[in-house]
Write a new protein. Sequence first.
Length: 496
Amino acid sequence: MDKGRTALLLVALLVAAPLLAMLRAPPSEPPADGQATAPIPPTTISSPEVTAALSRLSGSFEENRGQLADPAVRLFTRGGPLSVGFMRGGVVYTLRAGSPGDAGPPGRAICPGVVSFTMLLEGSNPVEPVGAGPLGHASNYLIGNDPDRWVTGAPSFQEVLYRGVYNGVDLRFLFKDGALKYEYACERASDASRIRHRYVGTEGIGLDPATGDLLVQTRAGVLRDMCPVMMGGPGGVAEGVRGAFAPLEGAAHGFALPEGLQVDGPVVIDPGLIWSTYYGGSDYDSLSSIVECEDGSIILGGGTASVDFPTKAAFDDKGNTSYGVADGAIVKLDPSGWPILSTYIGGNGTDTVQDLLLGPDGTVSVTGYTNSSDFPVSKDAMESELNWQYDMFLLRMSEDCTSILYGTFLGGSGFEYFSIIRAARDGSIYCAFLTNSTDINTTPGAYCSTFVGDIAVVHSIVVMQFDATLKNVTYCTYINGVLLAARHLSASVGPS
């Protein structure tokens, strides 16, 4: 079976709607509560200070065992200024909207205090939300001096499920890529016609005429759900097809299926999915890093063992993939997801790209590990030869990723792996990696100038600071002491 089709063979209808951002731009003349509004011009939301409240939620859902005052809330998630409660027949959003001193868009004030509104599942069955995917930890609330009011053992979950919320329809809430979203699973695509959302406590809803996104107006700003994209398996649509929100009377909406969609076939409806694609060959392909360019294109870095990895405008279109050997890979996709460039990067051994950094001039810095003696470093490399079995590499590539402007090995007499790269505020570049080499050249004044421990069991972090050209090391130190995981390494570099 073609792997590109595998993900489309679903037995459910999925309606996914990430809640993207609260924009601080209340309408100047709000309609009566609950009324529908005309399409909202993009200019009314074009000058916001984005309140990223929905991206600051905890990433899990907790059962309410009395720690919240409202017993109707069965599960909840919260973080920063926002909390979301899940009840029978609806979901309530509560947002602390700011203080009187907050600055808003010119001519508009930020409305302080607490803003609360509810998304009702209109016409739904009276089902209770339940937690799914237990996380194995519990929360305790020992508040006050009355043990009878203490709450202990409140479990947390990965998802919230409303089973049978409509006939033939399940609803779940989950976190994906750090954002809260919801999905509907229907036995048939035609069951999507049962779904109705009505917003209570808002100032109306409308559609962005430019994008088709749903815009929910609140006193704190505008909540945006992306226009749905629909995909299906055999008998349905094979590629992404633009769907639509269907405005209903009052502050309510449903979902409109595209013409030609087989209503009895499986389909994916995803308001948050702008585009999606597979990329790779017939063997193992991996992704380690992704950066976004100013024009909306993205650059991906990783590795591949595929001899048929699809290349385009490649720096290296041949590669050296064979059994047990992989090359690094860099891919650039335009804003619609179409490949602009795709290239192998490596030599006669195993190579992997592990991190990318986009420079202010559009050039791309690349780091990873290699054991290729002929890895493509530049003539002015700081270290022009492979030191031992595995070294780090550090590259500066042109804006179009078709040429190497500078490249060097980094390492010592041991092996180096798992590297990350970050930019500092002063324009210098930090690179950090794990090593068991005892002979890394640290700089005067280093935090720790020597490797400490048994090289057979202990790996140290090396942190190196380069000037903006990457050609000069301005600081280098070991950080010793423990068997290290990736999160320790990430924390060592600090804020960019």
